[in-house]
Design a protein around this ligand. Structure first.
Ligand code: BES
Ligand code: MN
Ligand code: ZN
Length: 496
């Protein structure tokens, strides 16, 4: 998709389509008002007749509107003006995008930055437009033989902004948002690919391919033999039940010449989680191909950093494995020794994410991180606690928590804090090892983070549990690419 920014009157646009907002009940937005004047009240007549109420999600395509130079005008319902929110703004953009794409309009001008969202400026609106349009147009059809292509897909969008003075900052916002959207799209692709294609080896190849495209990126891949030498007994124990080799993918992005401390991102890359000997029920087990979405998020974020040449150092680490039942798989009761030297009693082989993450979190100490953020589809309990709208954040450093919460809020990829109180730690007590890998009944997301906290004492660290946000189930099943936007906003804020 090609985006550009300009400023000018809607009636003067020579375009396939001009898009303007209508508020409920039957009220014109500023740009709609302008078109109405130019067309001698054409729009207000239609609206008075009740053709469109202005409800959120509504749209109406008009042809040959008098007094205009465009082929079509698309009216988009915005809901009640007083009830507008960032989330509703994105619904407006998505509605407009679908209407254009399905209506065969290949190019359009969005007059949607005149819609007031409390506390948000043009730069924000432009960024959201780019991210939401790309999100809405995303399709995953690479594994279908007959593609159901739109004959005339939306190709080019011009974003109109109220003032010429804001052109250059809005152009920059387009650039940033486009790179973020590309990162989201890469992350979605990796997530949507099935476990028989997207294996640990495949993920490693993608990370290496990315490094071949960008000077600023170096990818190295640790093999099982390397992990053996490093003593990564926890990670290797998970992989033992799988015929695919485990990989530890290390991506070093250097955006700054000096050796300033990097932000280290660690993403769970479990390419299929059957649960192991503590096998999962078969209903919806296919969705456990998404158990590598943390890793996909890291790769998508690193890609966006490369595209933007962000002036910051970032290291992305993806421990990657499968978790399957097998004669050589972990058994409940097994005790393994992690790279940190701490021993773990594996009471449930399905709590494997923390086992591969703990060794990665010990490994990354060598990068002398400024901060560490891990992202993982770690616990079903996170969905019980927060559902599918926000991801959980738990951290040993409260300023870092707030940076992440703020970044998520800013870009519409929100997180919510859960407590990491010491009180929960004793749930991990084991009679036979330094700790158990499960915390028993209650607070499953917190006890999982407590487990990780035992490996992250040396640095400032936050954990994002993305079990509820990384993908959607049901008839819209698919990866969301979250939390790439949150992480990118977080990194961008650290530069400015
Ligand atoms: N990958 C799952 C977590 C998960 C489950 C995410 C369902 C999204 C949807 C993780 O490896 C897991 O199985 N966790 C267990 C932990 C339990 C055994 C303590 C869980 O959540 O049931
Ligand atoms: Mn599991
Ligand atoms: Zn898992």
């Amino acid at each position: 998709m090609e985006f550009s920014v300009k400023s000018g009157n809607p009636e003067k646009q020579r375009s396939a389509c001009v898009v303007v907002g209508i508020f409920e009940p039957r009220r014109l937005s500023q740009s709609a008002e302008q078109l109405d004047k130019a067309s001698d009240g054409y729009l207000s007549t239609l609206i008075r007749r009740g053709d469109i109420e202005g409800k959120l999600g509504q749209s109406l395509l008009l042809y040959n509107v008098p007094g205009t130079l465009c082929d079509r005008v698309l009216l988009v319902g915005c809901g009640r003006e007083r009830e507008l929110s960032p989330q509703k703004y994105n619904t407006i953009i998505a509605t407009a995008t679908n209407a254009l794409n399905e209506g065969g309009t290949m190019e359009a001008v969005f007059y949607l930055s005149d819609i007031n969202i409390k506390g948000q400026d043009s730069v924000w609106k432009v960024g959201q437009m780019v991210i939401t349009v790309e999100d809405t147009l995303y399709r995953f059809d690479q594994l279908k033989s007959g593609k159901d292509d739109f004959r005339r897909p939306l190709r080019k969008l011009i974003i109109s902004i109220p003032s010429r003075r804001e052109l250059s900052e809005c152009e920059l916002a387009v650039q940033h948002a486009q790179a973020i959207a590309n990162g989201v799209s890469t992350s979605k692709d990796l997530g949507n690919l099935p476990g028989n294609i997207c294996t640990p080896t495949y993920l490693a190849q993608q990370a290496q391919h990315l490094a071949s495209l960008h000077e600023s990126l170096t990818t190295t891949v640790l093999e099982e033999s390397d992990m053996e030498e490093l003593g990564m007994g926890a990670l290797l124990s998970v992989s033992r039940g799988s015929r695919q080799d485990a990989k530890m993918i290390v991506m070093e992005y250097k955006g700054k010449a000096d050796d300033s401390q990097p932000v280290v991102l660690v993403g769970k890359g479990l390419t299929f989680d059957a649960g192991g000997i503590s096998i999962k029920p078969s209903a919806a087990m296919d969705e456990m191909k998404y158990d590598m979405c943390g890793g996909a998020g890291v790769i998508g974020t690193i890609q966006a950093c490369c595209e933007l040449q962000l002036p910051i150092n970032v290291v992305g680490v993806v421990p990657s494995s499968e978790n399957l039942p097998d004669g050589d798989a972990n058994k409940p009761g097994d005790v393994v020794t992690s790279m940190s030297g701490q021993t773990i009693e594996i009471l449930n082989t399905d709590a494997e994410g923390r086992l591969i993450l703990c060794d990665a979190l010990t490994y990354i100490d060598r990068f002398d991180p400024a901060v560490v953020v891990d992202l993982a589809t770690l616990t079903g309990a996170c969905i019980v606690a927060l559902g599918h709208h926000v991801q959980a954040v738990l951290s040993n450093h409260s300023p870092l928590t707030h940076e992440l919460l703020n970044a998520g809020k800013q870009i519409g990829d929100r997180a919510w804090e859960l407590p990491l109180f010491d009180d929960y730690q004793s749930q991990l007590d084991s009679n036979f090892a330094d700790m158990a890998n499960i915390g028993g009944k209650g607070a499953g997301t917190i006890t999982a983070a407590c487990f990780l906290s035992r490996y992250t004492k040396k640095y400032k660290w936050a954990h994002l549990d993305i079990a509820g946000t990384a993908w959607k189930s049901g008839d819209k099943k698919g990866s969301t690419g979250r939390p790439v936007p949150l992480l990118m906003q977080f990194l961008i804020n650290r530069i400015e």
